[in-house]
Design a protein around this ligand. Structure first.
Ligand code: TYD
Length: 196
């Protein structure tokens, strides 16, 4: 189990947990590749700009397809080569963000968005997805500056959280919930116990 992704609403603390876990894994002698979605490749960073900073109108399926395109490139260029040489891959967000944001909150349908992403990922799904669960309202308050999607209203982010919760109930072998309102050290300890 070496491809671990972190999910949650805005302000759940994903990037802090990724950094801390990467440091612990490296201290134990492992190679660790850190990525974030969308991004991590030249194409992915360009797509990230379109998705988060752009101001042109974007149909929900256009949005879902762009996230999937960035993810497909990341899988081919970064994730698969890293896993093949024995490195760990820690990801700030992954395909489950698309299920929750585009499938749930944008109402495209979780299974429809899963199908699109299954094609894009061609088998490169994370081994474990840690859902850092924090109340959407609390998370939004922690967020520093909202991008195009982050600045959607509270009910949108509550729908994101509700979709993560629904998925965690059925995908017991891949999606694990951790209470992210606990202090960061204890969150990292819990994740460490899960992955080692
Ligand atoms: P980011 O700056 O990475 O925000 P955060 O700190 O919240 O992780 O922005 C990513 C934004 O894109 C965030 O609002 C969630 C959204 N998103 C989707 O809607 N679908 C996706 O598949 C992904 C990866 C992100």
């Amino acid at each position: 189990m070496r491809y671990i992704a972190f999910e949650g609403v805005e302000g759940a603390g994903k990037s802090t947990v990724v950094r801390a876990l990467a440091a612990r894994l490296r201290a134990a002698g492992n190679e660790v590749v850190q990525v974030r979605e969308p991004g991590g490749t030249r194409l992915g960073d360009a797509i990230r700009g379109l998705l988060l900073d752009g101001d042109s109108p974007m149909a929900p399926w256009a949005e879902a397809a762009l996230f999937a395109a960035a993810r497909a490139q990341l899988a081919v260029e970064v994730v698969r080569p890293a896993l093949e040489r024995g490195a760990w891959v820690l990801s700030d967000r992954t395909v489950y963000s698309s299920l929750a944001y585009q499938g749930g909150a944008r109402r495209l349908g979780v299974e429809e968005v899963r199908t699109l992403n299954s094609l894009a990922l061609d088998g490169t799904w994370p081994d474990l997805v840690v859902w850092l669960d924090v109340d959407a309202e609390v998370g939004l308050k922690r967020q520093e500056n909202g991008d195009r999607i982050g600045s959607e209203d509270l009910s949108f982010h509550q729908m994101v959280a509700a979709t993560f919760a629904a998925l965690a109930e059925v995908e017991l072998d891949r999606l694990v919930r951790i209470d992210a309102s606990a202090d960061i050290e204890s969150v990292v300890d819990q994740v460490w116990d899960l992955v080692t």
